[in-house]
Design a protein around this ligand. Structure first.
Ligand code: AP5
Ligand code: MG
Ligand code: ZN
Length: 214
C-alpha cells in the first residue's frame, strides 16, 4: 500500500502517518523529519535545508526529490510506504510519478487531512516534537506521559524552531500557493480521499482505516 498524506502544516499528517505505519507495517517517510535529523547531525544537507525551513519556505525540489527517490527504493519499502510532507509541489509529484512508472507502479491513496487555518495556528504553539525519533505530541491534545520526555525513545521533546506564530503563518501561505494544488492533481488521478482533521485524533484515524481497510 503506497500512501501520500496531504494537508496543511499542523493538520496532523505526522500523527496519522505514524499510526498508519504501525498498523499496516509500512515505513513512515517524512521529509521534514529527515531534514530535522540532518540539521541535528550538522550535515551539509541539514545546513542547506535549515536556511529555508527557518523562514517557513520550501527546501528546493533538487534537494528533496532525489532523497525521497533513494528512500523509496530501499528494501523496507517493497510492500509500500506512507509519505508525509512529500510531495508538496507539482514538480515533486511529477517526479514521484515518473520514478514509480519506471518500475510499473503508482500511488494508491492520497489522503487529505483537512483542517482550516484558524485551527492550525492554535495547535502549533502546543506541539512538542522529539527530534530523535520524530514523534509528535501536543501539551493538551496528546501529551507525553512524563512532561518534556518522549514516550517512544526517552529523549527530550522541544518546540520546533519553525512553530513560532509568524513562521506558521508563512508556512500556511506557502502551503496554499504551492501544495494545495496537489489536491486537484490527485483528485484527477482518482486516488484522493479527504478526512476531517478537526476531529479527535483517534476518530481521524478511524476514518483513515475505513478508507484503507482493516
Ligand atoms: P514538515 O515537517 O513536513 O512540516 P509541515 O508540513 O509544516 O507539517 P507539520 O509537521 O508541521 O504538521 P503535521 O501535519 O505533521 O502535524 P502533526 O501531526 O505534527 O516540514 C517542515 C519544513 O521542512 C517545511 O516547512 C519545509 O521547509 C521543509 N520540507 C519538508 N518537506 C519538504 C518538501 N517535500 N519539499 C520542500 N520542503 C520540504 O500535528 C500538529 C500538532 O497538532 C501536534 O501537536 C499534534 O499532537 C496535534 N494534533 C494532531 N492531530 C490532532 C487532532 N486531530 N486534534 C488535536 N490536535 C491534533
Ligand atoms: Mg509533520
Ligand atoms: Zn522520541
Amino acid at each position: 500500500m503506497k500512501i501520500i498524506m496531504l494537508g496543511a502544516p499542523g493538520a496532523g499528517k505526522g500523527t496519522q502517518a505514524k499510526q498508519i505505519s504501525a498498523k499496516y507495517s509500512i515505513p513512515h517517510i517524512s521529509t521534514g523529519d529527515i531534514f530535522r535529523a540532518n540539521i541535528k547531525n550538522g550535515t551539509e544537507l541539514g545546513k542547506k535545508a535549515k536556511t529555508y525551513m527557518d523562514q517557513g519556505a520550501l527546501v528546493p525540489d533538487e534537494l528533496t526529490c532525489d532523497l525521497v527517490m533513494d528512500r523509496i527504493q530501499q528494501d523496507d519499502c517493497k510492500n509500500g510506504f506512507v509519505l508525509d510532507g512529500f510531495p508538496r509541489t507539482i514538480p515533486q509529484a511529477e517526479a514521484l510519478d515518473e520514478a514509480l512508472k519506471k518500475v510499473n507502479q503508482s500511488m494508491d491513496y492520497a489522503i487529505d487531512v483537512d483542517v482550516p487555518d484558524e485551527n492550525i495556528v492554535k495547535r502549533m504553539g502546543g506541539r512538542r516534537a522529539c527530534l530523535s525519533c520524530g514523534a509528535t505530541y501536543h501539551i493538551q491534545f496528546n501529551p507525553t506521559k512524563v512532561e518534556g520526555v518522549c514516550d517512544a525513545c526517552g529523549s527530550k521533546t522541544v518546540l520546533r524552531d519553525d512553530d513560532k506564530p509568524e513562521t506558521v503563518k508563512k508556512r500556511l501561505t506557502v502551503y496554499h500557493d504551492q501544495t494545495q494544488p496537489l489536491i486537484n492533481f490527485y483528485d484527477n488521478k482518482g486516488i484522493l480521499k479527504t478526512v476531517d482533521g478537526t476531529q479527535d485524533l483517534n476518530k481521524v484515524f478511524e476514518d483513515i482505516v475505513a478508507i484503507l481497510g482493516e
